[in-house]
Design a protein around this ligand. Structure first.
Ligand SMILES: NC(=O)C1=CN([C@@H]2O[C@H](COP(=O)(O)OP(=O)(O)OC[C@H]3O[C@@H](n4cnc5c(N)ncnc54)[C@H](OP(=O)(O)O)[C@@H]3O)[C@@H](O)[C@H]2O)C=CC1
Ligand SMILES: Nc1nc(=O)c2c([nH]1)NC[C@@H]1CN(c3ccc(C(=O)N[C@@H](CCC(=O)O)C(=O)O)cc3)C=[N+]21
Length: 283
């Protein structure tokens, strides 16, 4: 039976550390501020926005939310992003994805000032990850690294397999594991013999978006299994990409869904906001 990697406990620890730092910043007259934009009333997105607000309150970050109607125009959204870019009190801007169809998502996200890209989604941030220079680390992949590290496992020299190659999760995940000196393979929907590849992994990260696609037969005995997926199962219950009940019998350590990577994403978002405010102070 695998060790359960508890994202709730680890994320709370990180938020406590940040809270202390923010208390010190506040004593010097600096309050980090995050602006979150939500367009439409996608219920899943609303949950994340609520969780972010709560985390901001806990850490002491000022949070501003902009909840815009589903029929918001490109022009209205661009105006809001521009005003937040120019607002010196705002340290981080997060535009909740996906955006409704009438909005050019690429145009909106690339408008965000790189200094305020707390999601770590912009080319500047991903480029910095790739070159190993200073920049915002994408929250979910950075959260996965912290989960592994703080659970006492090392990445150096390990066979790491990331299933998924999206710009927001899979690709930055692979780059961060590489930076930690892992030997990294990226698998995706065109990968042949996926099971053969995942069975090589000492550290397996699933970021596919398909409920319970990773079965016990896809996992090496003693592997560390990190489940990024957020799906609904046949009963509408939240579940990951990993078949937890099967895989927990074979893995050395495993993250649950919920209570694994999700809370870490939020903790790392808080971390990026504090970092943005810290950088501004140094300018
Ligand atoms: N916990 C958290 O904080 C977060 C969770 N998520 C969740 O993580 C999951 C992945 O998100 P995201 O990366 O944005 O999703 P995307 O849909 O953008 O990417 C999915 C990736 O999985 C690959 N893929 C799809 N089907 C298969 C398959 N059968 N075998 C192998 N690879 C496959 C795709 O390959 P190809 O490129 O070839 O199409 C693609 O690269 C989702 O469940 C999402 O909800 C996302 C963000 C944060
Ligand atoms: N610009 C942008 N940045 C994002 O980071 C972003 C986004 N858009 N769009 C959607 C995805 C998804 N995402 C999650 C964040 C937290 C949880 C989370 O807190 N999950 C908890 C609770 C889940 C629940 O109870 O519903 C858990 O897994 O335990 C999940 C998913 C961020 N995303």
């Amino acid at each position: 039976m695998a060790v359960l990697i508890d994202g709730k406990v680890i994320s709370t620890k990180i938020k406590e550390e940040l809270k202390q730092e923010v208390t010190e910043m506040k004593a010097q007259g600096i309050t980090p501020c995050l602006a979150v934009i939500l367009v439409g009333d996608d219920s899943a997105s609303a949950i994340y926005v609520r969780n972010k607000k709560r985390a901001c309150e806990y850490v002491g970050i000022e949070s501003r939310s902009y909840e815009l109607p589903e029929d918001t125009t490109q022009e209205e959204l661009e105006k809001l992003v521009t005003s937040l870019n120019e607002d010196e009190n705002v340290d981080g801007i997060l535009v909740q994805l996906p955006l409704p169809g009438q909005i050019d998502e690429e145009k909106i996200t690339t408008m965000i000032s790189p200094k305020k890209d707390v999601d770590g989604f912009l080319a500047d941030s991903i480029g910095a990850l790739c070159l190993g220079t200073e920049g915002f680390r994408s929250c979910t992949p950075a959260g996965v690294i912290e989960l592994i590290r703080r659970s006492g496992y090392s990445i150096e020299g390990k066979e790491c397999v990331v299933v998924g190659r999206s710009n927001h999760v899979g690709k930055p995940m692979a780059l961060l594991l590489l930076q930690e000196n892992g030997t990294v393979t990226i698998a995706h929907s065109r990968t042949k013999n996926l099971g053969e590849i995942t069975r090589r992994a000492d550290i397996l990260v699933a970021a596919v978006g398909k409920a319970k696609i990773i079965k016990a037969c896809d996992v090496k005995e003693g592997a560390i299994v990190i489940d990024v997926g957020m799906n609904r199962d046949e009963n509408g219950k939240l579940c990951g990409d990993v078949d937890f009940e099967q895989v927990k019998e074979k893995a050395e350590a495993i993250t649950p869904v919920p209570g694994g990577v999700g809370p870490m994403t939020i903790a790392m978002l808080m971390n990026n906001c504090v970092e943005a405010a810290r950088k501004k102070r140094r300018e």
